[in-house]
Design a protein around this ligand. Structure first.
Ligand code: ADP
Ligand code: MG
Length: 584
């Protein structure tokens, strides 16, 4: 499967279906799984032995046999139950380890897969929905293992035990048991069937609610600024209600659980049958006690499977949702064997067409060439495709037709990491992580020393304001009120670029909405940064446009004109219009 990034491959994982996926994870923890099954088996066996001892004791009393036999029975009960609790401990411990390991591994696997998805994928996935899958759906897989499968295996043993013990009391007594089993299997089948769909809805509605919640928190400033809290509360309430309704629906199905009725029936028919056989002299009084004890064992599976099957359905639905992400096609491939070389910095577009969506083309027939070391300005109205052009250079998105070449090599033939690590794009919206200032600057080069970080910050005109923070470079951004202005963010981003020392630097509208004092700083920083590398400036600033070696005018996704400043002033109406507008 193509991915932009593969940290590790999970070779033994099977993505063909949810059950294969679950099994491929279960298989990894053989020892724990075995302990779980062994513990479950011995628990049932040693529980089944109890009524047998009780039955013998009854007969000893009724038939006036020596009381020393009772003492032996007591000793046997104590020993057997001690062994049982020891094994129970091992089983519960093993099943917890088993389930937690699976949760951990699946989350890891999903995260790696998410990092490898293309921007096209992420553009259409609400963050909250993804968060719900990485946190809750993965968690459901944990619960599916423990208590889910753990109790199902355990209770299956409880169901099977009477099959072994009852014939030793009287073969005919198997009749009620077998009747119970047949109807139990049918009832469980329909129960699981009806749970499956609801479990999917429960998980789905939860994901939707999470997506809404995340979005509202992200846009909290807008909500507050427009005083829309009451309306947004109502909107979210609808999603919250949907989650409740699906859970209630699940509860409804659980409440109609028929197996409890079957349990009552098997106890009645079983007792009547045993009493009849006793009347006939076929069994002894103690046998009735042992037999009823065996039927009592069925209570455990019947009651636990109300929620264990529900848990399994939920985990299965979670696994389905996780697989949906892992299996989602992503067209970009990290292209490990691709072209890998130090970059010179030439860029050329040959009749490039591109659209984010298949039915809406954003760039049409774009052709241009940029020489290594040139500074190029791209101008044009908002929405004309300037940022898009930048993103095609480092293959953030893949074009639909034509070719994009860097150093004469098609970007599709470049090793993706080599391509991207030598091109820096400073976005319009600069994203900073809530880590220290130093960590943010060295993001693209984690091994940079403090001296190197400071040097980069100096060149980016950022050192001064960083030092004005209480903890300087160790200040954590986003904490204790440390937020940065747009201009400061840009300078941090430029410092970041100094450190990674890319061959191609692209600055996207990075000086808009900044006062002139700050602009001066940024201008200096950009000039320093542009030295010795190919630089693309997406800008409205005349000072930058004039200064560029080459100017490209974009209009509605087409190149309207290109050339030098003087050249364009003479030949291009579109260009003159931009200038006239600015000079006014
Ligand atoms: P500019 O940077 O010149 O303002 P953009 O390159 O950002 O313009 O956008 C060009 C066109 O592409 C616009 O019509 C915009 O709506 C569309 N567009 C931009 N980003 C996306 C995206 N991630 N998904 C879909 N359409 C997009
Ligand atoms: Mg833009």
């Amino acid at each position: 499967m193509p991915a932009e990034f593969i940290a590790r491959t999970f070779e033994n994982s099977d993505y063909r279906s949810p059950s294969r996926f679950i099994w491929s994870h279960v298989r990894r923890h053989r020892l724990m799984g075995l302990l779980m099954i062994l513990g479950a088996f011995s628990n049932a066996a040693l529980a089944a032995i109890l009524p047998v001892f009780a039955g013998i004791a009854v007969d000893v009393v009724i038939e006036d046999r020596p009381m020393s036999v009772i003492v032996w029975i007591v000793v046997a009960i104590v020993v057997s139950q001690l062994v049982r609790s020891g094994l129970q401990f091992a089983r519960n411990f093993a099943s917890e380890v088993f389930a937690q390991r699976i949760e951990r591994d699946v989350r890891d696997e999903l995260y790696v897969s998410l990092l490898g998805k293309s921007m096209t994928f992420h553009d259409f996935q609400p963050v909250g929905e993804i968060m719900a899958r990485v946190t809750n759906d993965v968690r459901e897989m944990n619960f599916m293992m423990n208590p889910g499968f753990n109790l199902i295996i355990g209770s299956t043993m409880f169901i099977l035990m009477p099959l072994v013990v009852v014939p030793s009391i009287h073969p005919a007594l198997l009749l009620s048991y077998l009747g119970f089993m047949a109807s139990y299997i049918v009832v469980q089948y329909f129960y699981i069937q009806s749970l499956h769909g609801v479990a999917q809805q429960v998980r789905g509605s939860f994901g939707k609610m999470n997506a809404q919640l995340a979005e509202i928190l992200d846009g909290i400033e807008v909500v507050k600024g427009t005083a829309q809290e009451p309306r947004e509360t109502i909107r979210l309430n609808a999603a919250i209600d949907a989650v409740r309704d699906w859970f209630v629906k699940r509860g409804d199905i659980e409440a109609r659980y028929l197996a409890v009725l079957l349990l009552g029936l098997v106890n009645v028919t079983g007792f009547l049958h045993a009493a009849y056989l006793y009347e006939q002299g076929a069994i002894r009084a103690g046998d009735i006690v042992s037999y009823m004890g065996q039927l009592a064992l069925l209570g455990f599976p019947v009651f636990t499977s109300i929620f264990t099957f529900s848990q399994v359905a939920s985990g299965y639905a979670g696994a389905e949702r996780i697989l949906n992400i892992i299996n989602a096609r992503t067209d970009l491939d990290q292209n490990e064997a691709g072209h890998h070389a130090p970059m010179q910095g030439s860029i050329s577009f040959e009749e490039v067409n591109f659209g984010y969506l298949l039915d809406k083309e954003v760039l049409h027939q774009v052709s241009m060439t940029i020489q290594p070391g040139q500074t190029v300005a791209i101008v044009g109205q908002t929405g004309s495709g300037k940022s898009t052009l930048a993103k095609l250079t480092n293959r953030t998105y893949d074009i639909n037709a034509g070719r994009v070449l860097v150093d004469g090599v098609n970007v599709r033939d470049w090793n993706l990491a080599a391509l991207r690590s030598q091109i820096s794009i400073i976005e319009q919206e600069i994203f900073l992580f809530s880590r220290t200032v130093a960590d943010n600057i060295r993001f693209g080069r984690p091994d940079a020393t403090q001296a190197e970080i400071e040097e980069a910050a100096q060149k980016a005109q950022a050192h001064e304001f960083i030092m004005s923070f209480p903890e300087g470079y160790q200040t954590v951004i986003g904490q204790r009120g440390v937020t940065l202005s747009g201009g400061q963010r840009q300078r941090l981003a430029i410092a970041r670029a100094f450190l990674t020392d890319p061959r191609i630097l692209i600055l996207d509208d990075s000086t808009s909405a900044i006062d002139s004092a700050t602009e001066d700083h940024i201008q200096k920083a950009i000039w320093a940064a542009a030295k010795g590398r190919t630089t693309i400036l997406i800008t409205h600033r005349l000072s930058q446009i004039r200064w560029a070696d080459h100017i490209i005018v974009l209009r509605n996704g087409r190149i309207a004109a290109q050339g030098s400043h003087e050249n364009l002033l003479e030949t291009s109406d579109a260009y003159r219009r931009i200038f006239a507008h600015h000079e006014r």
